[in-house]
Design a protein around this ligand. Structure first.
Ligand SMILES: Nc1ncnc2c1ncn2[C@@H]1O[C@H](COP(=O)(O)OP(=O)(O)O)[C@@H](O)[C@H]1O
Ligand SMILES: [Mg+2]
Length: 413
């Protein structure tokens, strides 16, 4: 974890302190170092725990609290003070700021406001442009053709990651019109991406988590909107805000993007650390991939995030040879997932993830391997699965008609 802010909190009122505490404890970007119920004890608490941020609730006794802010400015200048009050009175805000508060938040505090305030404090402290993100891993899963297995990979990858008790994982269904991640997980969600988007300024951590549907695997699902008419309400801008919140809460976010490569999908690519493109070894798919890669080249930073995942390896004898496919797309294959029609049918009919249905099946082990490669280490992307060619591969001379992408598409080694 980098740039986690250590906090100390003072609020003499038990209930509001508990509320604040719960909110802070739910955020991975902060570490609650100490809490205190008396203004007069706070300087000692701060000198012992040396937090990055001191949170002072003003409500119990604003005069005392403002005097405390002044004292802290002198005694602990490196601790950024954040004042919290249920009053938004201009005079009170002004006095707090003059007393040294760096930020002022009004109760009820929205998670987004808190994040922004902490982000500004973090920026001031570390000079980072993104204080709100610890190393949340965002993995977008796209497909180069319809039905290639994009959702299968996204859902099962999410479930495998969620099985790790150290991770908190959210799956966002960005296939806004016809996404089916909820069906894969056999859930009927109460809320969708639209609800989160519309209520974003009111959301606190609890509400955010309650808006997501928790699957028995531990995976949190944020499904696509119910109504087709609502799709247009999800904009890149609103998504940016949703992801800002999700990043504060989850260690991993998996995004199932649509086949439309819409502006929201492209926004997801922007947030993502890794963009998996699922393909199958057939002509239309590889052809699309070549074309997509050309377009992706125009988007800054995207080429480096791309990772090709070949799904359904061994499907049929007509499949294009892996070596040939690799030459054609001009980059290495990051991962291969075997074909397993029977298991996938069972998984689909039962609405359970592979890990639960058939944990030892080669396809499940492949998903686990993929999760391991992607799970966290910053350099995970540079390693690849051992290069095994498709058993059913055949020579396909027609591939030679395609322009050789090797020259302008250097693969990452
Ligand atoms: N490795 C695989 N082996 C066999 N069937 C698969 C495999 N991956 C996906 N499928 C099946 O292919 C179909 C389409 O998969 P899906 O994940 O919905 O694709 P997409 O999201 O790209 O449209 C599903 O019925 C799924 O069960
Ligand atoms: Mg899908």
């Amino acid at each position: 974890m980098s740039n986690v802010l250590r906090l100390a909190l003072v609020d003499p009122q038990d209930d509001s302190r508990e509320t604040l505490k719960k909110m802070l404890l739910g955020m991975d970007v902060v570490w609650l170092e100490a809490e205190c119920s008396r203004y007069e004890f706070f300087p000692d608490v701060v000198s012992q725990s040396s937090p990055d941020v001191g949170v002072v609730s003003l409500d119990t006794d604003p005069e005392k609290a403002i005097a405390l802010l002044e004292r802290m400015r002198n005694e602990a200048p490196s601790c950024a003070m954040l004042a919290v009050s249920s009053s938004g009175d201009g005079q009170l805000i002004l006095r707090s700021m003059r007393a040294g508060a760096k930020e002022f938040l009004t109760v009820p505090i929205s998670l987004e406001d808190l994040m922004e305030a902490l982000s500004r404090i973090s920026d001031g402290k570390y000079g980072t442009s993104n204080g709100s993100s610890r190393n949340t891993k965002i993995i977008a899963v796209a497909g180069a053709s319809g039905g290639v297995g994009c959702t299968s990979v996204a859902v099962n990858l999410g479930c495998v990651l969620a099985a790790n008790p150290e991770y908190t994982v959210a799956l966002v269904d960005l296939d806004l019109a016809i996404g089916d991640a909820d069906v894969f997980l056999d859930t009927i969600p109460d809320y969708s991406l639209l609800d989160v988007t519309e209520n974003i300024s009111r959301l606190d951590f609890q509400l955010l988590k309650r808006s997501l549907t928790k699957h028995s695997s531990g995976l949190y699902l944020l499904p696509r909107p119910v109504q087709l008419q609502d799709v247009k309400l999800i904009t890149p801008d609103s998504l940016r805000r949703v992801f800002g919140l999700l990043k504060a809460t989850f260690s991993h976010i998996v995004i199932d993007v649509s086949k439309g490569f819409t502006e929201t999908d492209l926004a997801a690519f922007e947030f993502a650390n890794e963009v998996l493109v699922v393909v199958q070894l057939d002509l239309p798919c590889l052809r699309n991939l070549v074309r997509l890669q050309m377009s992706f080249d125009e988007i800054e930073g995207l080429r480096d995030k791309l990772k090709i995942v070949v799904n359904r390896v061994g499907l049929e004898s007509g499949q294009i040879k892996l070596k040939k496919a690799k030459e054609t797309i001009g980059r290495d294959i990051f991962f291969q997932i075997p074909n397993d029609y029977r298991t996938m049918i069972e998984v689909r009919n039962n609405g359970v993830p592979l890990l639960e249905q058939a944990p030892k099946a080669p396809i499940s082990l492949a998903m686990q391997g993929l999760a391991k490669l992607l799970s966290g280490a910053e350099n995970a992307g540079s390693s690849e699965q051992a290069d095994v060619d498709s058993p059913a591969a055949a020579t396909n001379s027609w591939l030679n008609f395609w322009p050789n992408k090797n020259s302008n598409a250097k693969s990452r080694g």
